[in-house]
Design a protein around this ligand. Structure first.
Ligand SMILES: [Fe+2]
Ligand SMILES: [Fe+2]
Length: 328
């Protein structure tokens, strides 16, 4: 009797938690069928009374956006059960907005007037340590990639998108612990992480990573995320200074990349569609335009991180200085 009861509790308690859409692979089963099964499971688990069933009409799912619906799939998305559907979004020219990963109001024209040659001269021990660390990290990178700038950029963007997220998360937690505003710095650092991730999403359209490069990303991310997390906890001024110098190196790398494209050593291919929409580039934009706007972004990240480090050097907290929101 006890065994039967225990089994029914275990089965009943864990069944719904263990069932997910992952149990219904797209190719193996029709998604519409999976959705129906999920609904049946949800309905069965909530065990509504007869009265409940009468009061609650079955929600009519909203049609999924055209871009979401693949050929042969049901037009009913699982999420529509919850009343979630994307509004119709158009470009300025009236065509449908094809991206879900970013919206038109997140796009911008890169500020190309930014000074690319700015350099923070290392003076203190912390500065020199940060500078030497970055120069040291450049040696294996140069040896591994040499002049394969596309591949190099793609791989480095997987690292570049980490510091903003780590800094943003730690400032977020600090804000919660101290019951204090962050002065906009959480958002500013998360914006940087998102901007860097968009660089990666663009680069991956231009260069297809090989299996061993994907493996390398896995290892590098594991080490870098944890190392940067610890450095930021111990010394945010060192962490931001390191990123400032990393961004200086990124500007040099993209300048070399641009030189090779200008010299005809690398084909000046058309810009990926994602880049044209994200940076509001002309329809006939090319790789050269993409490198130019990405390099401008890196120069802005350089400024933000050296600025953040300077604030800490003055013995102040980031929230005491204006956060560079929307500074791309
Ligand atoms: Fe980047
Ligand atoms: Fe950057």
């Amino acid at each position: 009797m006890i065994r039967v009861l225990a089994r029914s509790v275990i089965n009943g308690g864990s069944f719904n938690r263990n069932v997910s859409m992952a149990a219904f692979p797209d190719k193996a089963l029709d998604r519409g069928f999976a959705t129906t099964v999920m609904r049946m499971i949800t309905t069965a688990s909530s065990s509504p009374t007869e009265g409940d069933r009468k009061e609650r009409p079955t929600p009519t799912p909203a049609p999924a956006p055209a871009s979401e619906v693949k050929k042969g799939e049901s037009h009913v998305m699982a999420s529509s059960y919850w009343g979630i559907s994307r509004p119709k979004i158009k470009r300025e020219d009236g065509t449908d907005w094809p991206w879900n990963c970013f919206m038109p109001w997140e796009t911008y024209e890169a500020d190309l007037s930014v000074d690319l040659s700015k350099h923070h001269v290392p003076k203190t021990f912390t500065d020199k340590f940060a500078y030497r660390t970055v120069k040291l990290l450049r040696i294996p990178t140069d040896l591994f990639f040499q002049r394969r700038y596309g591949c190099r950029a793609m791989m480095l963007e997987t690292v570049a998108a980490v510091p903003g997220m780590v800094g943003g998360v730690l400032l977020h937690l600090r804000s919660l612990r101290k019951f204090q505003q962050s002065g906009g710095w959480i958002k500013a650092l998360l914006e940087e992480a998102e901007n860097e991730r968009m660089h990666l999403m663009t680069m991956v359209e231009l260069v297809k990573p090989k299996w061993y490069e994907r493996l390398l990303v896995l290892a590098v991310q594991g080490v870098f995320f944890n190392a940067y997390f610890v450095v930021y906890l111990l010394s945010p001024k060192l962490a931001h200074r390191i990123v400032g110098y990393l961004e200086e190196e990124a500007i040099h790398s993209y300048t070399d990349y641009l030189k090779d494209v200008n010299a005809g050593k690398i084909e000046n291919v058309p810009a990926p569609a994602i880049a044209i929409d994200y940076w509001r580039l002309p329809k006939d934009a090319t790789l050269k335009d993409v490198i130019t706007v990405v390099r401008a972004d890196e120069a802005h990240h350089r400024d933000v991180n050296h600025f953040a480090s300077d604030i800490h050097f003055q013995g102040k907290q980031l929230k005491e200085a204006p956060a560079p929101l929307g500074y791309h």
